[in-house]
Write a protein that binds this ligand. Structure first.
Ligand code: ATP
Ligand code: MG
Length: 304
């Protein structure tokens, strides 16, 4: 890894009318890194990605890819990166190969030996018309077009959608090889297990807020379960006292630090009654945190 970020999101905010889809989000990715961008439906993942690619304009903040400004240098950025959108539009009357040839002509620099090798690895069918494809095979064409010019940076919006487990495994080894060769991979996902399996770091986004960015290895290594919660406003200390499994909870204004054993559910149950801005955790039970957020999101949707 080098010190120069290959992808940077800098205080990005995106509003649609008076709704804030992405709220002051910042992070940076470096060459050789796979970054998992995890969050429930509507969290702001695709909005962040679309802004990075200049498909929509930020309300404020900026994005840089390979040191270039995402707005001013959009054409050059699109030439040098690979992008798999969540809602890939293809031409139904072209075959998979014709589709890739068309996109390769626009882009240049495609090595067809590599394309054939890749399509064999992920089991893509290039010879039938796209309109006749299964959703998995359509997704494979999307993956091929993102990888075919061997880009330095890959931005992939839920790439494993529709892929069967064996193809997912093959795809994940492709991601690892690409990162090992110095590539940068930004991967959005709903799936904790996918991110755990493949990512070096994970950013968790919820309701437009990037609430945690953690190194996967550190999350797994820390034996002691500690959690730091930041709230939008000071929280009452009494609320965190005497909770089941919680040994030590320190409340300082809007920050709560706790050590606990067993389930973090009692702690999260209290925490989610307040406006949580961020969670920093050194816990092997990553799933629990994330699932708790999903649950909260589902409940909020039901209330609407
Ligand atoms: N063009 C738009 N106009 C108005 N609201 C929008 C627009 N695009 C996105 N949103 C809203 O912004 C929020 C974030 O959407 P986004 O597509 O970024 O979520 P996501 O994290 O990609 O979710 P999913 O996992 O479902 O793909 C949602 O509430 C969505 O309805
Ligand atoms: Mg999305």
């Amino acid at each position: 890894m080098t010190d120069t970020p290959s992808l940077e999101v800098d205080h990005l905010t995106k509003r649609f009318g008076d709704f804030t889809a992405v709220d002051d989000v910042s992070f940076a990715l470096h060459p050789g890194e796979i970054f998992g961008f995890l969050g429930p439906n509507g969290a702001g993942k695709s909005t962040t990605i679309r802004t990075l690619l200049d498909l929509i304009r930020p309300t404020s903040g900026a994005c840089r890819v390979l040191g270039m400004d995402s707005r001013r240098d959009a054409v050059e950025i699109h030439r040098r990166i690979g992008f798999l959108p969540a809602d890939l539009a293809l031409w139904n009357n072209l075959t998979g190969r014709q589709t890739l040839q068309y996109l390769a002509n626009l882009r240049g620099g495609v090595d067809w030996g590599w394309v054939d090798q890749l399509s064999e690895r992920i089991g893509a069918d290039l010879e039938r018309k796209v309109g006749e494809y299964s959703s998995g095979n359509r997704q494979k064409i999307g993956i091929l077009q993102a990888f075919m010019h061997r880009p330095e940076v890959l931005i992939l919006d839920e790439p494993i959608t529709g892929l069967d487990p064996l193809v997912q495994l093959e795809f994940h080894s492709l991601l690892r090889e690409t990162a090992d060769a110095g590539g940068t991979i930004f991967l959005s996902s709903h799936t904790i297990s996918e991110v755990e399996r493949v990512a070096d770091r994970v950013g968790f986004i919820r309701r437009g807020h990037l609430i945690a960015v953690e190194r996967m290895a550190e999350l797994h290594d820390k034996a002691l379960r500690r959690i730091t919660l930041e709230f939008a406003a000071p929280v009452p200390a009494a609320a965190f006292e005497g909770l089941e499994g919680v040994h030590e909870a320190t409340v300082e204004g809007a920050t709560v630090t706790a050590q606990y054993e067993g389930s973090m559910a009692p702690l999260l149950a209290v925490a989610t009654q307040h406006d949580v801005l961020s969670v920093a955790s050194a816990s092997v039970d990553l799933d629990e945190i994330f699932l708790e957020f999903y649950r909260d999101e589902v409940e909020a949707a039901e209330e609407r």
